[in-house]
Design a protein around this ligand. Sequence first.
Ligand code: 1QQ
Length: 411
Amino acid sequence: MIKRKQFIPLLLSGITGAFVLACSPSQPSGNNTASNSNSTTNTVENSKGIPIGVVLAQTSNAALLGQEQVIGAKMAEQYFNQQGGINGTPIKLALQDGGGDEQGAINAFNTLITQQKVVGILGPSLSQQAFAADPIAERAKVPVLGPSNTAKGVPQIGDYIARVSAPVAVVAPNAVKAALKINPDIKKVAVFYAQNDAFSKSETETFQQTVKDLNLDLVTVQKFQTTDTDFQNQATAAINLNPDLIIISGLAADGGNLIKQLRQLGYQGLIIGGNGLNTSNIFSVCQKECDGVIIAQAYSPEIDNPINKTFRETYAAQNKKEPPQFTAQAFAGVQVFVDALKAVDQKNKLDSLSLEQLREQLNQAILSGKYETVLGNISFTPEGEVVQEKFYVAQIKMDETGKNGKFTYLK
Ligand code: 1QQ
C-alpha cells in the first residue's frame, strides 16, 4: 500500500490567541503522523481526542486546492477545541494525504476506517476521488462529509455520504449571469472542459445548459486533460470562432495554463473559471493573464455572523489576505462534525457507545442538524445534499507585476 507522507509545510504553525478560550481541554498536537491504534476494544479511542479523519490533497497538482483546505480544517480543530470540543472532550484530526487520484483517496479512507478508527471522514478533495473512495466508507457505515465535492451525484453515493460543498448545478450559473452583467453584448460562448475529471464533466454540463437557457450561442466545446500543459490546438480552434465569453471547467494547473495560452493567442473577451480554478494558487500559473477571470463562490468573507467574523479575522491575521472558499468549506465541515457529535453526546455519552453505534448516530445527527457556519446557515436534505442560502461571484484582479492578485467580490 502506498503511504503518502510528504507534507507541504503550511502557514499553520502559529494560529494563536485570536479565539477566546472558553474552557481548556488538552490541546491535540495536530501533527499528521498516522499512529496506528492497537486497541482491541470497539469503542472510540478518545484519550487524545475524538478522532475525525481528514483526507485532503497535500501532494500532486490537486494540492493547489488541498493546501487551502488543510488550513481550514486545522483552524477549525484549534477553534472548536478552544471552545470546549465535544462537551469537554477535544477532537483530534487524523490527517491523511489523499493525493490527487482515486488510489490515494482509497488508501487514505482504508487507513482511517480500519486502523485509526475515526468516527467520520472529511474528504476527499476531488469528486473524481469521492466516487472511488466514498463507497468504502458507505460499506463500513462511516459518515463522510465532502468538503469540496461538487459534481452531480455525490450525496447519492450512499446513506453515509453528505457534503458541505454546494453542487455546481446551483453555484456555477451565477458566474454566467455575472459575466452578462459586465458585458450584456455576449452572444457567442466557447466552453472548455477536462474530460478525465468527474467534477469538470459535471460542471461543464451545468455551464452548457446555462448558456442555452440564457439563449446564448454555444459555438464550440473543447476537451482537454487535467494533465495537459499545451492547449494551443483547442485554444486556436475556439478563438477562430470569435467567442465573446470562454468558460473553463478544469483544475488549477491545467486551467491556469489554458487561461494564459488563450490570452497569449490574442483572446480578449471575458473568461469564466469553474470551481477547480477557485484558488489564488493559479496566480503563479497564469500571472497577469489571470486578470479579469470570473469565478462563482460558495463563500464570501462578508458573510455576517459571529463565527465568520472570527474566522475571517483569524485567517487574515495569519495569512494577510481574505479567507478563500476552500478554507471556509473545510472549516465548516469540521464544525458540522463537532456540532453533530455534541448532539449525539447529549443523548448518549459518546464513551458509552460502540464505534459502530457512534458512527451511525453521528450520521443521523449530521443529517438532522442545523448549523450556523462560516458559509452562513446550512442544513442537509435527507440524501445528504447541503442546503445553503446564498452564493457569490468574484473576479480576479492582478497587479501590474502579475505576481500579486486578489479575488474581488462582485455586487
Ligand atoms: C470537485 C471540485 C474540485 C474543484 C474541488 C477541489 O469541486 O472535484 O468536485
